[in-house]
Design a protein around this ligand. Structure first.
Ligand SMILES: Cc1ncc(COP(=O)(O)O)c(C=O)c1O
Length: 365
C-alpha cells in the first residue's frame, strides 16, 4: 500500500450496487401515501399507556421474552403464547425471518408486484431473490405459483395478502396450494398480513405446529401505532424458537411491549375504526370506478390501486399541486400508470375525490 494513501472501507460486494428503500415524504395538507391509520390511538389507550410508563423500572432491561405481550396477543388470536414472536415493526419480523431462513446460497421467492421490502431485505441478507409473476388483475395462479415453488426450491416464499400495493386478497385454496408446495421442498411460507384486518379472511387459520406457515402482522395500521414500531409473527412454536435465537437480546423496548398489551384492551374501538375504513374504501372505490379515465382494482386493504388510462405520473403531480399526496407507482415494472391511494379520514378522502374531479379532465385531455 502507498504510504499516506488510506483505503476507504467498502461494504459487502453484493450490497454496493443495492439502492436503499425510498418512500418520498412531502409536507402537504392531505397525506395518503404510506397506508398509515388516519386516526390517533383512542385517548383511553394513551392515558393507560402513560400511567403504565410512570410505573416502569427504566433502569432495567425489558422482558426479553415479551411474555405479557405474547400472552395477550395469543389470547386475542386464540393461539398459544409459544406461537407468537414480536419485534420492532413487521419489517423487523421479516428481517429476522430472512436472517434465520435465508442467507447465502438460499433463495426467497416473491410474486411481483408486491411489497418491495420482501426482496430488499432478502438481498440485504445475501439471499437470492426469485421473482414469480401474477395473473392480469394481480391474483396468483395457484397451480403456476405452486409449480414455481417446486421448480425453484426456495427456502422462503413470501405472499402478501392483502397485497401491497395492489390490495389483492388471495383465496384460501391458493395459500393451501402454496403451503403444500412449500412443504414438498422444505420451504417456509410467509404470509404478510400487514393489512389482514381489512380483509374478509385471514391465513391465521392455517397456522399450527404441523406445517411451515407463518403469518406476519403489524400494530402500525389498525392499531394506530406506526410511531411505536411493533409487529409480530404467528408461527409454529419450533419456528418461533429459531427466530428468538436470531433477534438481538432486549430488542423490543418496555414502552413498546406495554403499548402492545394496552392496545388490545381497546379492541372494540379498533374494530369500529376498521369498519369505518372499509366503508370509506368502498365509497372511494365506487367514486373512482365511475370515472371512465380510470381502472380501479378490488382491494381488501386500507388503500386502493388505480390505473390511469393516460399519464399516471401527470395525475400524481396534478394531485400534489392540489395538496394531496398519494403513492406514485406509475413508472414501476408491472404497474404502468398506477397510483396507490391510502384510505384516510372522511375529510381527507373527500379532499382527494374533489381534487380528482378537478384534475382528471385536464390530465386525461
Ligand atoms: C405489506 C407490508 N408489510 C410490512 C410493512 C411494514 O410495517 P411495519 O414495519 O410498520 O410493521 C408494511 C408497511 O407499509 C407493508 O405494507
Amino acid at each position: 500500500m502507498t504510504p499516506g494513501i488510506s483505503r476507504r472501507a467498502l461494504p459487502r460486494e453484493d450490497l454496493q450496487a443495492l439502492e436503499g428503500y425510498h418512500s418520498p415524504q412531502i409536507d402537504v395538507p392531505v397525506r395518503l401515501n404510506t397506508n398509515e391509520s388516519p386516526f390517533a390511538p383512542p385517548p383511553g389507550f394513551i392515558d393507560e399507556w402513560l400511567a403504565a410508563l410512570r410505573e416502569l423500572t427504566f433502569n432495567r432491561y425489558p422482558d426479553r421474552a415479551a411474555r405479557d405481550l405474547r400472552e395477550a396477543l395469543g389470547t386475542h388470536l386464540g393461539q398459544p403464547t409459544e406461537r407468537l414472536f414480536c419485534a420492532n415493526g413487521s419489517n423487523e419480523v421479516l428481517q429476522t425471518l430472512l436472517l434465520t431462513y435465508g442467507g447465502a446460497s438460499r433463495r426467497a421467492l416473491v410474486f411481483e408486484p408486491t411489497y418491495a421490502l420482501h426482496g430488499h431485505i432478502a438481498r440485504l441478507t445475501g439471499t437470492d431473490v426469485v421473482e414469480g409473476e401474477r395473473l392480469p388483475g394481480f391474483l396468483l395462479d395457484p397451480d403456476a405459483s405452486a409449480a414455481l415453488v417446486r421448480d425453484t426450491e426456495p427456502s422462503i416464499v413470501f405472499v402478501c395478502s392483502p397485497n401491497n400495493p395492489t390490495g389483492t386478497v388471495e383465496a384460501r385454496d391458493t395459500l393451501v396450494a402454496l403451503a403444500d408446495a412449500a412443504a414438498d421442498v422444505g420451504a417456509l411460507l410467509v404470509v404478510d398480513e400487514a393489512y389482514g384486518e381489512f380483509s374478509h379472511w385471514s391465513a391465521l387459520e392455517l397456522v399450527d405446529d404441523s406445517r411451515s406457515v407463518v403469518v406476519v402482522r403489524t400494530y402500525s395500521k389498525v392499531w394506530s401505532m406506526a410511531a411505536l414500531r411493533l409487529g409480530f409473527a404467528v408461527a409454529p412454536a419450533w419456528v418461533v424458537a429459531e427466530l428468538e435465537k436470531v433477534l438481538l437480546p432486549y430488542s423490543l423496548s418496555s414502552p413498546t411491549q406495554l403499548a402492545g398489551v394496552i392496545a388490545l384492551r381497546h379492541r372494540d374501538e379498533m374494530a369500529e375504526r376498521v369498519a369505518t375504513l372499509i366503508n370509506e374504501r368502498e365509497r372511494v372505490a365506487a367514486a373512482l370506478n365511475a370515472r371512465p379515465e380510470l381502472r380501479v382494482f378490488p382491494s381488501g386493504a386500507n388503500f386502493v390501486l388505480l390505473q390511469m388510462h393516460g399519464d399516471g405520473h401527470a395525475l400524481w403531480n396534478a394531485l400534489l399541486e392540489k395538496g394531496v399526496l398519494v403513492r406514485d407507482f406509475s413508472r414501476w415494472p408491472r404497474l404502468p400508470e398506477c397510483l396507490r391511494v391510502t384510505i384516510g379520514s372522511r375529510v381527507e378522502n373527500d379532499a382527494f375525490l374533489t381534487a380528482m374531479r378537478e384534475v382528471l379532465p385536464e390530465v386525461a385531455a
